[in-house]
Design a protein around this ligand. Sequence first.
Ligand SMILES: Cc1ncc(COP(=O)(O)O)c(C=O)c1O
Length: 374
Amino acid sequence: MLPYGRQSISEEDIEAVVAVLRGDWLTTGPTVTAFEDEISRVCGGHTAVTCTSGTAALHTAYAALGIGPGDEVVTTPMTFVATASSASTLGATVVFADVDEETALLDPSAVEAAVTARTRVVAGVDYAGHPCDYDRLQPIADRVGASTLADAAHSIGGTYKGRPVGDLADVTTLSFFPTKNLTTAEGGAVVAKDPATGLRAREFHNIGLVRDPARFCIQDEGPWHQEVHELGLNYRLTDLASALGLSQLTRLEAFKARRAEITARYNAGLADVDGVRLPVQAEDVDPMWHLYPLRVLDGRRLEVFTKMRESGVGVQVNYIPVYWHPVYADLGYKRGMCPNAEAFYAEELSLPLFPDMTDEDVDRVIDTLVAIVG
Ligand SMILES: Cc1ncc(COP(=O)(O)O)c(C=O)c1O
């Protein structure tokens, strides 16, 4: 089975991990710092805090923004559930705003209609690797005193109006799961423009421990002294994982270029095929093509999905609208509330896309699809 996404591991990656195993630090050591510095460099120079997953990064980001009961987080239903559920876990109320019919990115006019005085975060998702229209989302958030969050699990390496992902929203979260644009096995990161938010993220992901004597609130008990001011969790990434991430980051541009080539090959091979609609590139965006979200028309998505899988092509569907999950349905969220997202979901089929795919793999996907829909 050709997978829909897969890691790309080089001999250099393996050597980098082995070198850490031979050293003194397995957990939080110099390689974590080096990886965070490099993420920061790629993401606009802001504070970067690595975490154990993209979900942990989202939880940390919302916690760093002080989200809790009574607060509202406006986000898209066209995402992996963690974008919303990590805010719900903190007691916030999630408000779903609809997406653009074509790109599946959060629609700023829907966000405008959804924000209230209680909105604390407007969380966009850079679906398929295309940054949202943050120049329109930011003023809407600013007007109600909220922050913007970019769930950039798909988009590290992409740009919007020439600015890199990480420099677009107040806070950005990344995922380094193996199907993503670079991997640390499990892993993720928070990038924060405001250093104080970055510090809160760093403390939350380290059990809330404060070790800076200048900030101690109680008497310094001695060299072992540390204090907890706010609750946190252990979401620390290891040196072992960071070595892999650091080595992978050196190939981010090469991964991006290969993903763009594969996308162009799909576009050319599928241009004249009836019964499908090809993904488009949003204006002002240089995407990191993370997904190739084809639309299968005429109610045939399940049939095409099944036949592709039977033919050994590992297609995927991204995503079931978040509020369809029973945990949200049970809270009273109703189907039909975001019609564009639901229409998009009904047709969406992600074709295999990962840097190690050969041109022959791509052609096989195209031929298989054409034989099924043709
Ligand atoms: C858009 C989006 N957000 C968040 C996540 C969560 O990332 P992770 O799987 O690393 O927890 C993912 C990945 O599954 C994702 O695709």
